[in-house]
Design a protein around this ligand. Structure first.
Ligand code: GUN
Length: 283
């Protein structure tokens, strides 16, 4: 039923319209928000994400550079590239696309990005600030989910939010952001016993399992809001999520599709964070 579908593309459009106004305001002060995306190796999925980011920057009048580095680059060389971007005044946001090849310590690279330019919100300083509710860059995917809920008028305070997944990029920060809005939060993961018993209690169910169409109606309470963070390919090579949409929409009150749900929001929030990083240089 289409009325149940949360239209992430439309909401991302509303968010980026506001970012565009902020970009124009910055330009009147001779600042063009700049984003650097660093891509190591040639993973085709990463290349698609990265191209979408560059295109959106262009559409909003922002400056973007793509730094493509060889799959076999050493950690030292990569760190030198990050440091050059830290020093570059035209660059306000730095995103190093993950995952990185195995010879590189991801934590070390993330820690090398200036926290002032960390538009992914992955630097330990920003993660710590988020935990204690101080202003910081919020990780784009959970931040995007919060916007989807806000624009869809979903009440959060007092609701039981269940998150399946505990990654640093999605699951962990997602729980924190929902907690800050006074949800009661439960984290589930691959070692959770009797997953159904938790998910069936969820008023808001956020699914980030990485397992194609794993969550069907049997996991979902009647009337729940279901957010699907997964991006997978099904047996026909079609994009799909971690939720079996056709089954889940029978019981959910609101549900995000894949594609067209959370994905467009992640990019929109990256644009908002980059704009914020540029605005922060004014103060
Ligand atoms: N890989 C998958 N998602 C992300 C993301 O949000 N940021 C970065 N840097 N890499 C990713």
């Amino acid at each position: 039923m289409s009325t149940k579908k949360i239209d992430g593309k439309q909401i991302a459009g509303l968010v980026t319209e506001k970012v565009k106004e902020r970009v124009e305001n910055l330009k009147s002060k001779d600042i063009v928000p700049g984003l650097a995306v660093v891509l190591v190796g040639n993973n085709p999925a990463s290349q698609t994400y990265v191209n979408n980011k560059a295109k959106t920057c262009e559409r909003l009048g922002m400056y973007s550079v793509l730094i493509e580095l060889d799959e076999n680059i050493s950690e030292t060389e990569l760190l030198k590239n990050v440091e050059a971007l830290n020093q570059d005044d035209k660059i306000h946001g730095i995103l190093v696309q993950l995952p990185l090849p195995s010879q590189i310590d991801e934590d070390r690279v993330i820690a090398a990005i200036s926290p002032l330019k960390d538009v992914d919100g992955f630097h330990p300083e920003n993660v710590g600030k988020m935990m204690i509710g101080q202003q910081s860059f919020l990780p784009c995917t959970p931040f995007g989910v919060m916007k989807l809920l806000e624009y869809s008028d979903v009440e959060i305070a007092g609701k039981h939010a269940v998150i399946i997944g505990r990654s640093n990029i999605v699951g962990k920060p997602m729980g924190q952001l929902l907690l800050q809005k006074d949800a009661t939060v439960t984290y589930c993961h691959s070692r959770t016993k009797d997953l159904h018993s938790f998910t069936k209690q969820a008023d808001i169910l956020v699914v980030a399992t990485g397992r194609t169409k794993m969550i069907d109606a049997s996991y979902i309470k009647e009337g729940a809001v279901v957010i699907d963070v997964g991006i997978n390919r099904d047996e026909n090579n079609k994009l799909c999520g971690d939720v079996n949409f056709d089954s889940a929409q029978e019981v959910a009150s609101l549900i995000t599709p894949v594609p067209g749900g959370v994905g467009p929001m992640t990019i929109a929030m990256l644009m908002e964070n980059t704009c914020l990083a540029a605005e922060n240089t004014l103060t």
